[in-house]
Design a protein around this ligand. Structure first.
Ligand SMILES: N[C@@H](CCC(=O)N[C@@H](CS)C(=O)NCC(=O)O)C(=O)O
Length: 219
């Protein structure tokens, strides 16, 4: 399998965690932001986001669709709970993390990288990319504040990760994979590290379980 990705994208990290958990051998192709559209559009009938997985029989765009495909073609080890209620809970959390929390993380992360966190990579090329991303996603101070509030609420809901290793049931599920990937950019932000040490402990453990390299800030 070939994963088309941006190396720094948290949605691509989600796909890599899933591939790693299943123990699947795969290659990655790092696309250049901007030029990625030329490669993706013809393959995905108009979708322009990464990750995209090229498998022998299918091309799968969107990280959630990739997780569903992997569960279908490599059922063991499973990352979908067996019971109906837990299965629905896990997919509900996965969808919320994907559609709402991953977006909030992006806002807070790029705002940090353009301000207090500029020293992480003050190079002109990095700052230009950050500026383009902020324009593309319309990252304004008001929207960053809303994103911070959304993350604070989310971390209250995810707090039960403090006392138990998995969000749903007693095995790793798509909810843990989504939360791990989509919150991992916060590892570079000191205020989150100080306030939520349990979050980064879980993020580290799940990376190990999925045989994926730790994200920046935890490595
Ligand atoms: N819901 C999508 C979101 C993917 C996404 O937003 N990917 C970003 C990178 S983090 C992207 O490809 N952006 C480029 C674009 O929008 O053209 C998924 O889960 O795959």
């Amino acid at each position: 399998m070939l994963l088309l990705q941006f190396s720094t994208s948290h949605y691509c990290r989600k796909a890599r965690l899933a591939l790693g958990y299943k123990g699947i051998d795969y290659q990655v192709e790092n696309l250049t932001p901007g030029l990625h559209i030329l490669k993706l559009s013809p393959l995905t009938k108009g979708l322009t986001t990464v990750p995209v997985l090229m498998a022998a029989d299918e091309i799968i765009a969107d990280s959630t669709a990739i997780l569903k495909y992997l569960e279908k073609v490599v059922p063991f080890p499973s990352f979908v709970p067996a019971g109906e209620k837990e299965k629905n809970q896990a997919w509900l959390l996965e969808d919320w993390l994907d559609e709402s929390i991953g977006v909030a993380t992006r806002f807070v992360y790029y705002d940090y990288r353009a301000g207090e966190g500029k020293a992480i990579d003050p190079s002109l090329s990095s700052q230009i990319i950050i500026k383009i991303v902020r324009q593309q996603y319309k990252i304004t101070p008001a929207r960053v504040k809303l994103a911070e509030e959304r993350l604070e609420n989310a971390l209250k809901i995810l707090e039960y990760w403090q006392d138990q290793p998995y969000l749903v049931g007693d095995k790793l599920s798509v909810a843990d994979i989504a939360a791990t990937a989509l919150l991992s950019p916060l590892a570079l932000i000191p205020s989150y590290r100080q306030k939520y040490p349990w979050l980064f402990a879980r993020i580290g453990e799940i990376h190990q379980q999925c045989r994926e390299k730790l994200p920046p800030g935890l490595n």
